[in-house]
Design a protein around this ligand. Structure first.
Ligand code: ADP
Length: 400
């Protein structure tokens, strides 16, 4: 069985074709500058990269071009598009309408559009991608896999804010949480790795990348997560502020003369470790600057590690203990120094890492970096959101 996984953004569309017998990637690529001049498809298959420059005014042309690339005689991997058994689509927001993946029926697509106001920058292009794909492949089963549904098991006390209850009832303002496919995947992998299937488990997952979030996972179910109503909540990130005193927004707008929209953009795009360091949103550049003596770069790294450490403490309290701490995503998988800075001082919780194992490069496998006296397993687990989407698609479309 072959599953095509699609992640449609506002001007980009990423895809992976996955062979479900081996769970290996057959081909992958990205369409960029959709709806803008000079659109480009970069397609990778059989160890070769092919660039195709062609106008893609909408997502529909992008998907058509992807399918043509997949069946191209020279650089394609399929003899016909009928070999694609199903398509899995990444969708940002389930709202409260879904608690797991769903078939891309017209009714479910309408529900997704009803949730667009909760995350318009992603939800609208995500659904444009689904609709375009349905046009081009009307007979292929399609599944919607949401970033939020893993968090749908949170108890009310974790997702209702201290606002008048009507803000939740009337406007749907609550904690939703994001990066759900990643938290689900790595917590599931940790449970398997530790042989805890069907047994009680308390896991804290740290998805640390350009966007970062943490989750508390009890017996395989999410009970709390750091991202919030939007992905702006929680720990400071590459360019996002993370949580703040809400009064800062009005004060900042008044002082700077920014509009409300400009202020939110400032919190989303100009803040986080970029804003503190003034160097970059990329942690490698910030680390290099800190090593060269840049104090604000060092401060940005300190703030980040401190914030993640605080969440580990918080979630240890939420879970009533910790069996396993998982690091994943670009930074979590690759930056041993940051992992060490985060866990330093957490020995009282039984969290200790082996520095030699922690310093080893990421080889794409699950790595156990627990120290000799550590009571909590500390694992580095490469995330694979596309594989989760493909597995969900297979399961829902074919009951497998
Ligand atoms: P996104 O949220 O965009 O998916 P990623 O999970 O790819 O982000 O993470 C990107 C971040 O990971 C960047 O800040 C990058 O600097 C950091 N990163 C990637 N590789 C390394 C590495 N080898 N060492 C340190 N940081 C790394």
């Amino acid at each position: 069985m072959k599953i095509l996984v699609i992640n449609a953004g506002s001007s980009s569309l990423k895809y992976q074709l996955i062979d479900m017998d081996t769970e290996g990637v057959i081909a992958k690529g990205i369409c960029e500058r959709i709806g803008i001049e000079d659109s480009l498809l970069t397609h990778k298959a059989n160890g070769k990269t092919t660039e195709i420059k062609q106008d893609m005014p909408t997502h529909q042309e992008a998907i058509e071009l992807v399918l043509q690339a997949l069946i191209n005689k020279e650089y394609g991997v399929l003899s016909s598009m009928d070999e694609i058994d199903a398509v899995g689509h990444r969708v940002l927001h389930s709202g409260e309408d879904f608690n797991g993946p769903a078939l891309a029926t017209d009714e479910n697509i309408e529900k997704c559009l009803g949730n667009a106001e909760l995350g318009p920058l992603h939800q609208i292009p995500n659904i444009a991608g689904v609709k375009a794909c349905k046009e081009v492949m009307p007979n292929t089963p399609m599944v919607l896999v949401f970033d939020t549904t893993f968090h749908s098991t949170m108890p009310e006390k974790a997702y209702i804010f201290g606002l008048p209850y009507d803000a939740y009832k009337d406007y749907r303002i609550r904690r939703y949480g994001f990066h759900g496919t990643s938290h689900r995947f790595v917590s599931g992998e940790a449970i398997k790795y530790l042989g805890l299937e069907g047994k009680p488990s308390k896991i804290i997952t740290c998805h640390l990348g350009n966007g970062s979030s943490m989750s508390a996972v009890k017996d395989g179910k999410c009970v709390d997560t750091s991202m919030s109503f939007t992905p702006l909540g929680g720990v400071p990130m590459g360019t996002r502020s993370g949580e703040l005193d809400p009064a800062i927004i009005e004060f900042l707008a008044k002082k700077s003369g920014m509009t409300l929209a400009e202020t939110i953009n400032y919190l989303n795009k100009k803040s986080g470790v970029l804003g503190v360091s003034g160097v970059s949103s990329d942690f490698r550049s910030i680390r290099n600057a800190a090593v060269e003596g840049n104090k604000r770069a060092a401060l940005a790294l300190d703030i980040f590690a401190y914030s993640v450490k605080k969440y580990i403490g918080t979630y240890a309290a939420v879970l009533g203990g910790v069996d396993c701490l998982v690091f994943t995503a670009g930074l979590g998988e690759n930056d041993g120094k940051m992992r060490k800075e985060i866990v330093d001082g957490l020995e009282f919780l039984g969290i200790e890492i082996n520095e030699e194992l922690n310093a080893m490069p990421n080889d794409g496998s699950i790595r156990d970096i627990t120290g000799a006296n550590g009571k909590v397993k500390v694992l580095v687990i490469p995330t694979n959101e596309e594989l989760v989407i493909a597995r969900d698609t297979l399961a829902l479309a074919f009951n497998k």
